[in-house]
Design a binder for this molecule. Structure first.
Ligand SMILES: [Zn+2]
Length: 144
């Protein structure tokens, strides 16, 4: 049997078992048929955060941001570009700290943008301050 990974659907947060050699080959969710990888960060909310951070096998890199934060808006295209490079080895998501303040409080987010890398539901690294795409990719790759 080939090795497989549990990939959480970006659309419906269902768990999908995907053979490693098929990761990134355009697979779709068995439940809702959305593409499992969309080459873009997904929107994290209270409804899907724990599934993506803890139920899947892919590391989750979260950009904690807010609309009023200039550096966050500046970093948004860099984070989106990083998602295109880091999928399918990693999932990238954005968490609006205003809309989802309970999750921001859970991780004691004091300055934004802050990026946190989760593996198996646990925080393994954090970095505050805006970064260009190449630096995000280099930092994240060094952690997995
Ligand atoms: Zn789905």
């Amino acid at each position: 049997m080939s090795e497989s990974k549990i990939v959480i659907c970006p659309a419906c947060a269902s768990a999908n078992r995907v053979p490693v050699e098929k990761l990134g080959l355009g697979g779709t969710c068995g439940r809702c048929h959305a593409p499992l990888f969309q080459a873009a960060p997904l929107t994290l909310t209270a409804a899907n955060f724990d599934a993506h951070a803890g139920r899947g096998d892919l590391p989750l890199l979260v950009d904690f941001w807010a609309e009023w934060c200039g550096p966050c808006r500046q970093m948004a295209p860099a984070f989106a570009a990083a998602a295109r490079e880091l999928e399918p080895r990693m999932r990238l998501g954005k968490l609006d700290t205003e809309a989802e303040s309970a999750i921001a409080a859970r991780y004691a987010i004091r300055s934004i943008p802050t990026m946190i890398l989760f593996k198996g539901g646990r925080e393994v690294a954090r970095q505050s301050g805006a970064m260009p795409a190449s630096a995000i990719v280099g930092w994240a790759r060094g952690l997995i």
